[in-house]
Design a protein. Sequence first.
Lengths: 141, 141
Amino acid sequence: MNSEFNIAVHCLTLLSLKKDHMANSDEIAKSVCTHPARVRKVLGLLRKQGYVTTKEGVGGGYLLNADSANVTLGDLYRLLARGSLQPSWCSGGGETTCVVSEHIQEVMERIYNGGELALERHYDNITLLDVTRDIQSETKP
Amino acid sequence: MNSEFNIAVHCLTLLSLKKDHMANSDEIAKSVCTHPARVRKVLGLLRKQGYVTTKEGVGGGYLLNADSANVTLGDLYRLLARGSLQPSWCSGGGETTCVVSEHIQEVMERIYNGGELALERHYDNITLLDVTRDIQSETKP
DNA sequence: AAAACTGTTATGCTTATAATTACAGATGAG
DNA sequence: CTCATCTGTAATTATAAGCATAACAGTTTT
């Protein structure tokens, strides 16, 4: 499981809490605690979905789209983490005549896909606004 | 995400489909397509939960417990894969004064835990018997 | 024209996952 | 009793995935 989903949530939350809803990759990278190039990669994908717009050149950076408060974690999961439930290594597929070995991969694939759907449905109920509120409520408990 | 959950499902399905519900780690490893030592590690954990019993010595191996048809994928997930939704690398935690950076880790942890609960609830509705039926129905479609 | 950004690719580093080896301990067969 | 066979477990090596870093072309503002 890579962390791009995590990074996306972080970036969008950060932007939504900034007064002008804007920051460049250097500033965001410091907050996320990673390299600017990694931030740019994730935010590039978010841009293609219309969640942010970018401004190149001096004083540029990433600007949060106004409606992005309604983006759900499900949207972000599907974009950045779908398929990560299924491990890269899977059992079976050998050269035996064993029924299980021959068919386990299709069965497990269905199991992982079903799990992922359940996960996505859960995340569909959490919006970016919920997350920003969570962050804020941590400061004044 | 490692594959021990996958291996556990495979092993138990295999045992349940064998006439005498028994096999040793060599035979299972061939079906799973991995090293016997890895099978033993997983099945050792399943033994501690009472899902199988082991018989050492000549002609020994693993024997499926009679009630194991009712074991759910949720049980196996909790035993072998819990916590794997949260990646090892997580954002934030830097030395900034940024609110997001300071609190994102607690928030993301709750998000991952919530996701995992949703996943477990889903898997709680799938029994080993369901999986064995799935495997069998692949052979005669 | 110069400086400050993003977008993207290539490369190296680190960590996680799987394979392999090895051996002690247990059990049944002869 | 002794040997062969099996599990349990730990240590080591190999492979793959994830992250960091560097580099540079393209774009925009000043």
